[in-house]
Design a binder for this molecule. Sequence first.
Ligand SMILES: Nc1ncnc2c1ncn2[C@@H]1O[C@H](COP(=O)(O)OP(=O)(O)OP(=O)(O)O)[C@@H](O)[C@H]1O
Ligand SMILES: [Mg+2]
Length: 178
Amino acid sequence: MKYLLGSLTDTRRFAEIVAAHVRPRDMIVLAGEMGTGKTTFTQSFGRALGITDLITSPTFNLLHNYGSGRMSLHHADLYRLERTGELEDLGLDELQDSGGVIAVEWGDIVGDELGDALVLRFEHAEDPTSSAASNAASATAQTEMRGVTVSSRGAQWESRIRKLVEELAANFKVLARG
Ligand SMILES: Nc1ncnc2c1ncn2[C@@H]1O[C@H](COP(=O)(O)OP(=O)(O)OP(=O)(O)O)[C@@H](O)[C@H]1O
Ligand SMILES: [Mg+2]
């Protein structure tokens, strides 16, 4: 399912809803081009988990760990991953086993290697129901528009994904089904 996030506020609300559905050991793959909101999502997601530290982009360090929430959050970014061995070096498996939630920006570049996951794909979007004229009149509003496609893979999410997508559909405009 693909939803319209019409503003930063929507992205924050979206992150809060996702956070309410996660459990320890969950993997969240964050996909989408630069500047589409993967880090922004994670900041609100982490705050919703009760993390009080400042959550910053792990683009350069590859991995940041936050322990102050109701679950620990491990926030990785694979954009600068140079060889597949580096993925193992990050030790995400162990962090997952220890009960943390893992959020991985550019997690799609390693295919299915991260295993069972909730997959959130962000993109720039337009609201199909608002007219071109009103969009032009509100350039700011348009730069804040994102689409997010929500899917999952594996048994870990199978029993939960339906509830999540239904709750999201009740909160955000659906841009595409399936
Ligand atoms: N609806 C929105 N959702 C998310 N970010 C938004 C939205 N509207 C505007 N923005 C802005 O877009 C930018 C998104 O940047 P962010 O660092 O989150 O992207 P990213 O996907 O993590 O990029 P990168 O691949 O470089 O890590 C931020 O400056 C944010 O304020
Ligand atoms: Mg980022």
